[in-house]
Design a protein around this ligand. Structure first.
Ligand code: GLP
Length: 243
């Protein structure tokens, strides 16, 4: 554990390049990694750059496992708007990570039981690399504030700022599901490596609060400063300087 390493990059293009390089280095060092890849817009360029490396034979993924970070509840499992669908299109399919190497979060049945089972598995097998984004309210995954550092994988209620931020994908805020399931702070904070990708001036205030404000439940991402492993925050100048 130590202070997060902060890498300020010029723009989206450099974010994708530096993000992909950091992630690819970790995968090359240990091809059997278990990765948790965030959905959202910020990592798209990074995932595309990883896919290019993979296509060129520079990124082995046959032994990579993936655990889903977060998911809406109330959708059919094949719904394109599900976060699984998003992860599948942007990460799993381009990197050819399939089948039993992918752990999907539960969306029906006894959710509490299934979430507890995931945490039990992660407690022994562990997350090697969590690739996270930053919600406008400081959430990581769907760990909405207020949240404790010990919060387990669980069902959560989405807060109005998150519903608002995701309305663009759903047509209107009324259509955004308000229930979700997320990996908890506890398994995320135990990851061996965390790479956080942050882009755009609208993230300026929250990225500064997360990295420079008090560590606490009001800004879930601030707990990354207490994470067990290495934390790298790759942030573009717009977000860092608030330009
Ligand atoms: C979403 C997701 C997160 C994501 C975050 C930031 O609500 N649940 O996993 O990292 O918000 O998204 P974006 O990168 O689009 O700003």
């Amino acid at each position: 554990m130590g202070e997060p390493r902060i890498e300020v990059v010029d723009d989206d293009v450099e974010l994708a390049r530096v993000g992909a390089r950091s992630i690819a280095d970790l995968v090359r060092a240990d091809p059997e990694v278990t990765i948790v890849p965030a959905t959202g817009e910020t990592p798209l360029g990074t995932y595309a750059a990883l896919a290019d490396l993979h296509r060129d034979g520079d990124l082995p993924t046959e032994a990579v496992s993936v655990v889903q970070l977060d998911e809406y509840l109330g959708l059919m499992s094949e719904d394109r708007r599900s976060l699984f669908g998003w992860m599948d299109r942007t990460f799993l399919t381009p990197l050819e990570i399939t089948g039993e190497r992918v752990t999907r979060l539960p969306i029906d049945g006894d959710l509490d039981d299934a979430c507890a089972a995931i945490d039990r598995t992660l407690a022994t097998r562990g997350i090697d690399l969590a690739i996270l984004g930053l919600g406008s309210n400081g959430h990581v995954g769907f760990n909405e504030p207020p949240v404790s550092a010990g919060a387990p994988t669980r069902v959560v209620h989405l807060t109005p700022p998150t519903v608002e931020a995701n309305a663009r994908y759903w047509g209107s805020a009324q259509d955004v599901p308000t229930e979700a399931v997320t990996l908890g702070m506890r398994p995320l904070l135990a990851a061996a490596s965390v790479v956080v990708l942050v882009s755009g001036a609208r993230k300026h205030e929250i990225v500064r609060r997360a990295l420079e404000g008090p560590v606490g439940e009001d800004v879930p991402a601030s707990f990354l400063r207490t994470a067990a492993g290495d934390v790298t925050v790759i942030v573009d100048r717009a977000a860092w300087e608030g330009l």
